[in-house]
Ligand binder design. Sequence first.
Ligand SMILES: Nc1ncnc2c1ncn2[C@@H]1O[C@H](COP(=O)(O)OP(=O)(O)OP(=O)(O)O)[C@@H](O)[C@H]1O
Ligand SMILES: [Mg+2]
Length: 430
Amino acid sequence: MELTQNLWERYGFSDNPYDTKALSLSRSASLSVEAAYIPRAAGATSANLLTNFLRNPGGGRIVVEGDPGVGKTTFVNFHRQQWEAAARHKLISPPGEISVREGWTERDLLLNLLASLSARLRLDLGEKDFARNKLLTEINAIVGVRAEDGSGLSASLTLFGFGGGLGHNRSKSAKVGELTNEHLRDCLQRLIALVKKRGFAGVIFHLDNLELLGRSNIAALQKFFDAARDLLQEKDAYFIFVGNAGMFQQVIVPLPRVRSIFFDMPVHLDPLTLAEVKAVMERRYTLLAVPNKAWIKPVEDIVVESLYQTFSGKIRYVMNAITSLVSHLPDSYARTLSLEEARTLLQGIARSQVRSLLHGAEEAVFLEAAALGRFTNTQLATRTDKSKQQIQKYLKSWLALNIVAQREREGRQQFYETDPRFAVLRRDVA
Ligand SMILES: Nc1ncnc2c1ncn2[C@@H]1O[C@H](COP(=O)(O)OP(=O)(O)OP(=O)(O)O)[C@@H](O)[C@H]1O
Ligand SMILES: [Mg+2]
């Protein structure tokens, strides 16, 4: 086997057209929002809502929510890019998203806002002017801004209390632990003033994946919002919080003081339509085609359609499945896979995943569960001739392995669902 790093070369692509990372704000990325974003037609209302939110002068707070892998991060990135590049009142925005971690206080948020915004300004100003600016060098000494990725701060929490600052800044730096929140807040205000002096109307902070913190622990997330409430009202700062479907209702609405400072409703994102998903792929095929070379589709369009049904439209799962397919093909294979071939291969991959985790009777029962997709203990017991106690035991182990998740309860019935990676084994889609 030839050891080249491009699995996609044989199809004529310079990179994976089914890459599932969120589209990047950076223009030089092979898949940037600027080039690869497909506008959501059905989501015109969601796009309008976010646009109108950002049209309110003076700052604000809003929640963007939806199921996993529907395109939330990409949606927010697209709007950030638009407001920075094409708007009349430009809003600057740090390139990376900020991930809220468990146990964050107002201070942690403050440090992260400082780090990410000053990293962005560093790119805007260039090294020389950055080094000449007193405020920026002071903030740099506090949070240790790294220029490379603009995300700042990953090192700063370890510096916390140890006199932050990196390299030659060390001697000049104040001890972070000694700085009051008021001082840090003052730095943020001066930083935003600097942004405005440079011609921007404000700044957008994108806080991503709040469900990582809040899904299992709503109280932790509420505590965070309560603590950050005052900071979130900083003038000319726009905060976009991204989370799971229902986050606004579960987390924000029960807190009247917090709710009162939020945009009155969340932006809810549905999965892209089939036509949009197809447009995403077509765009990527052309963007990633090696110049002056012919390219071929790794899978027939009908495979995309079928996977779209299988995964209820969630584009992330559709693309992961195709990447998985291609990764399992022999090296010499460079034809377009038909629906039959793709289905057989994907089912084979899913079955071998099951086999690597479970054995014997348990394996057989799980395959039946996967064929049902969504089921109750009783249903599965009936179909497999096992006792409900036995199924209960299996369920416990499957939940621990994360191959089954608990779903809704209807009366006395608890529903379960096998993980999306086994969806190709479902009877109703096969
Ligand atoms: N409108 C779009 N145009 C082009 N590509 C898109 C669009 N929406 C989503 N994608 C692609 O779909 C994939 C999933 O999108 P994204 O990561 O934004 O989803 P998400 O909802 O943030 O997922 P998660 O819940 O895991 O955070 C990415 O590869 C992204 O590039
Ligand atoms: Mg995301």
